[in-house]
Unconditional design. Structure first.
Length: 338
């Protein structure tokens, strides 16, 4: 090989080595933030600064959402004595309330982080909107939880027996519930009950209408209620109460003297109680007595009243001699008997 060819080869090798070195250095300086995004871009017409205590792994170029819509991108992060200042580029077509807050979120445990702008729960109409160079202080921002803490909570939930307890609860519920046919019958009965309840809403409507009418009447009489509870009404109720108490205080001693002086009635009341007890026994025996009285009147007294007669069967002396025949002869002579 000639000397000229060797020199040419060395030059080519040196150029190739220099090119490889240059590409290597350029590749080391190239980061993910320098690569173009495959998604459609969002206009960053003006920038605002949002301060967080911690941004975790928020990258430059992360989305900024407002109400679920992309309204900007993260342009840079800078450390400050009070936290991390995040520079956000926003589109001029988006109006963000000046009193809005910000929170760093992830849709999934390992998903991309983004900044969500949250309007104030009690908005101030005089606050206006964010302008170029506006600053959102850390008091209105929420930093994301540490990934380690999230994983620790999840591990505690899994290893703490919560899933096993849920399975045991479902198994117990399945054992407690009746057979499927019985469940269907119960569901059909409940459906019928609900249908009946729905059909009876007329009564509920009537009740509600009555309550509404009552409330309307009370509202219409607001002037009277105000008069009752006004100063004049209070004076009237005070006088009424004082008069009632005065009469009651006069009446109570009299009632007491009546009770004390009426102790002599105690024996009489006891006798009345005994009499009522005896009368109660007579009242309980009244049905049987009525039956016997009815039999006496129907079989004895009424027949005698219709045909009065005396049937003498025997007349005897003290020594047992029968006189019925002599008595019959005498009565026949007198015409009393035939």
């Amino acid at each position: 090989m000639k000397a000229s060819e060797i020199v040419r080869a060395l030059r080519v090798s040196a150029a190739a080595a220099l090119a490889v070195g240059t590409l290597t250095v350029a590749g080391c300086s190239l980061g993910p933030d320098d690569l173009p995004s495959v998604r459609s871009g969002v206009g960053t017409d003006y920038t605002v600064t949002i301060r967080f205590d911690n941004v975790m792994n928020l990258p430059a170029g992360a989305d900024v959402l407002l109400g679920g819509l992309r309204v900007g991108q993260v342009q840079g992060l800078a450390a400050s004595p009070d936290g991390i200042d995040v520079t956000v580029g926003l589109s001029e077509t988006t109006k963000v309330p000046a009193d809005a807050g910000a929170i760093i979120r992830q849709n999934t445990l390992l998903g991309d982080t983004y900044i969500a702008l949250t309007p104030n729960a009690d908005p101030n109409p005089q606050a206006g909107f964010l302008e170029p160079g506006s600053f959102v202080p850390g008091e209105r921002t929420t930093s994301p939880p540490q990934l380690e803490d999230t994983i620790a909570v999840l591990a505690y939930f899994v290893n703490g027996g919560s899933i096993q307890k849920m399975q045991d609860t479902m198994a117990t519920l399945n054992r407690t519930m009746p057979a499927l046919d019985d469940v269907r019958k119960m569901a059909a009965t409940v459906a019928v009950d609900l249908a009946d309840l729905a059909a009876g809403t007329t009564e509920i409507d009537r009740l509600l209408n009555g309550l509404s009418d009552t409330a309307t009447a009370v509202n219409d009489g607001a002037g009277q209620w105000q008069a009752v509870f006004s100063e004049e009404g209070a004076h009237y109720w005070h006088n009424v109460a004082r008069a009632v108490v005065a009469h009651i205080s006069t009446l109570l001693p009299s009632v007491g003297s009546i009770f004390v002086g009426g102790l002599w009635l105690t024996p009489m009341l006891n006798s009345l109680a005994d009499t009522a007890e005896s009368g109660r026994g007579i009242w309980e025996d009244a049905p049987g007595t009525t039956v016997r009285l009815n039999n006496f009147l129907r079989t004895t007294l009424l027949p005698f009243a219709q045909r009065p007669a005396v049937n003498v069967t025997s007349v005897s002396t003290g020594d047992g001699a029968e006189l019925i025949d002599d008595a019959t002869s005498i009565l026949r002579l007198l015409g009393a008997v035939r």
